[in-house]
Design a protein around this ligand. Structure first.
Ligand code: F6P
Length: 358
């Protein structure tokens, strides 16, 4: 058996721990060869395909501690509509499938978010190869699983940022705004905000008003506190319903910068001195925390076991302290947003945190 593995989409902490688990289980548990494909699906378009055998010696004791992915990845370039140098889009899916044949792969494990999983599934259906996927994304928006690899570390990083912002906020009597990632889901903002003692948390799932934030900051002042912490998810919209986006030449627009907009509104509304921190890719890098290493290990082992059992077109997941697997089709085009009636939102409201709408 030759098992291929690739990491796809934006990187996050814990991907190397997944690789370690997959290689260990496949080589030691089943005696297979594992082939690591480089730069995600893109590596399968290269000729020869960019790939290398991954043996047990990749685990030299440091790999589970390393951020990023030793295989490399990309979050650009759907092979079914691949952007060419002349600006056109070309279907290069046959080249990818041919790349899998050239590597003589019997099955593929793809580590990615829901977008990558959708592409990999289309490729597996077209190319007739067995596919198992492992969810990873700091955004934690993959359906059917409570956690994806990388999320917990991102929450930890955002919480630590609040731990560092609080003393300087208090020293200078300031309002500190922290903008965190998460794409269209507010999971990082909400959980880090609760853990880090935020007074206001704005998430894309809940429309906000500046009056509500001003009222909360006035109340904090009335209680005799001289600072406030505000956490803002990158995808919240401006008061007139616009997304704040960043763009670079040749790249799709991405979220970023709405924290400054909110900071200006707070300064206008309260007269407070406001400072804004955009946390950015710091949430993606660094050493994976213990929970991400555990999830990575559990997902890696289970994914290999699914391949061994011939159970394909399935994504591994974590639900109610169990490792599960579900049809990949169930997680596509169904991002898991914050449950507004769920325990985390209830907890935030119970703590008196302003979510922008009360
Ligand atoms: O999906 C992960 C993520 O980090 C999002 O939270 C963020 O919006 C986006 O990727 C950033 O993408 P890029 O790495 O292309 O800047």
């Amino acid at each position: 058996m030759r098992l291929g593995i690739l990491t796809s989409g934006g990187d996050c902490a814990g991907l190397n721990a997944v690789l370690r688990a997959v290689v260990h289980r496949a080589v030691e548990g089943y005696g297979w060869t594992v082939v690591g494909i480089e730069q995600g699906i893109r590596g399968l378009m290269d000729r020869p395909p960019s790939a290398r055998d991954l043996a047990l010696d990749i685990f030299d004791g440091t790999l589970i501690r390393q951020g990023g992915t030793i295989l490399g990845t990309t979050n650009k370039g759907d092979p079914f509509a691949f952007p060419m140098a002349d600006g056109s889009l070309r279907d290069r899916s046959d080249e990818v499938i041919e790349g899998i044949r050239m590597l003589s792969l019997d099955a593929l494990i793809g580590v990615g978010g829901d977008g990558s999983q959708a592409i990999l599934r289309k490729l597996s259906q077209k190319g007739g190869f067995g596919l198992v996927t492992i969810p990873k994304t700091i955004d934690n928006d993959v359906a059917e699983t409570e956690v994806a690899v990388g999320y917990d570390t991102a929450v930890q990083v955002a919480t630590e940022a609040l731990d560092r912002l609080q003393p300087t906020a208090a020293s200078h009597s300031r309002v500190m705004v922290l903008e965190v990632m998460g794409r269209d889901a507010g999971h990082i903002a909400l959980v880090a905000g609760i853990a880090g003692g935020a007074d206001v948390i704005l998430i894309p799932e809940i429309p906000w008003s500046v009056d509500c934030i001003v009222r909360r900051i006035d109340r904090i002042r009335a209680l005799g506190r001289n600072f406030a912490l505000v956490v803002v998810a990158e995808a919240i919209r401006t008061e007139d319903g616009k997304s704040v986006l960043q763009s670079a030449p040749g790249e799709a627009a991405r979220y970023g910068g709405v924290g400054h907009y909110i900071g200006d509104r707070i300064a206008e509304g309260t007269g407070a001195e406001v400072r804004v921190t955009v946390l950015g890719h710091i949430q993606r890098g660094g050493t994976p925390d213990a929970r991400d290493r555990l999830i990575a290990a559990a997902f890696g082992v289970h994914a290999v076991d699914l391949v061994a059992a011939g159970k394909f077109d399935r994504m591994v997941g974590w639900r109610a302290r169990e490792i599960i697997d579900v049809p990949i089709g169930d997680v596509i085009d169904a991002p898991r947003l914050v449950d507004l009636d769920g325990p985390v939102v209830r907890t935030a409201r119970g703590l008196g945190i302003c979510l922008g709408d009360d």
